[in-house]
Design a protein around this ligand. Sequence first.
Ligand code: C5P
Length: 411
Amino acid sequence: MTMGEKANFHGRKILLGVTGGISVYKSAELVREFIRRGAEVSVVMTENATRFITPLTMESLSRNPVGLDMFSLTDERTMGHIDRAKWADLFIVAPATANYLAKAACGIADDLLTTISLVARCPVAVAPAMNTNMWSHPTVQDNIRTLEERGVKIIPPGEGELACGDKGKGRLADLDIIIKAAQELLYGACDMSGLSVLVTAGPTRESMDPVRFISNPSSGKMGYAIAEAARGRGAVVTLISGPTSLKDPDGIETIRVVTAEEMLAAARDHIEANQWLIMTAAVADYRPVKRSTRKTKKDGKKKITLEMESNPDILMELATAKGDRLYVGFAAESESLEDNARKKLLSKGLDLIVANDITERDSGFEKDENRATLLGREGYVERFPLMSKLELAHRILDHSSVLWRAAAKNG
Ligand code: C5P
């Protein structure tokens, strides 16, 4: 199986720029492949590209409106050029003509695609395709070098018979190679392949009676982002989820639980088979001592007293199973963020802890973004700025992988 075959783009947003060359028909196939692997795809075509293939084809395959014109009110209303560039996790231009490369290298922004090229801040790749003499022309090669120096990933053209009849370098790289490059840009190489990862997510619910419960506002988004990021990097992922409105992620065994005790039981069942445990779940610390089978009546009472007892601490309960496993915990704090998180890191025997300040309004519970600090044993601290939960998930996995590899080397 090739890496391209394994690539999984679930939940990732790919912006595909298409310029006018005979190999445009292959980019239609590329859209299908990205979609088949779970990506959301948005296509932007230059005017010349539309002479080879209709926007309708691209629109049908990508299931999204195609961007064509900077000055079209309809286009700008569906997704403006700035929004389109900011939306993408990956921007890839395939095929990229010599003309596009020249404009991109010089910063010319005279149509939608070249304008987006200046706005996009996500990873960018270009897959050039052109006549072999054009490709080897020093001007084109200079432009390629300029783009490469600026961090653009060049997916070099392949060799063979070209549409114009010439032979040599210039044909669009094979789709498999383009997909592999996209995978590497989005996730780094499949650096977690062969690893099994257990992730917990969401809140737990502790019932008082059939209609009332104690819980917290955790949406599960952070844990699901970690599960999806790990799956994208090649890990086999099991997700134990408390009640959330999120759907089971594709390709991840998802176990639904309600209470802390159920979460502990599921974690116990699965810890042996996993090498990493990432506990993002916001487990309720206490549960009502009594759980009535009938709805408690008001009976005109002005006050009621609810007796609560502590729930098991899942991480503490799983401490004996740790061995060589990597344990990552989360700490939601409203004061002395790093001090409190560090205490938990040590008392719960974790390798890493992700600390969140829950008093910040733009991040944390229910939000799509998070601002977190990563703390490791022996004083490691990394303070991340506000970023999407998926991006933060990747940063956490990046550091976890570093620790994992170091432990394997030393052990
Ligand atoms: O003690 P505190 O709840 O702040 O610790 C947070 C970390 O401990 C999180 O990783 C959370 O998933 C985990 N936890 C647990 N069992 C509990 C409470 C929290 O494993 N009962």
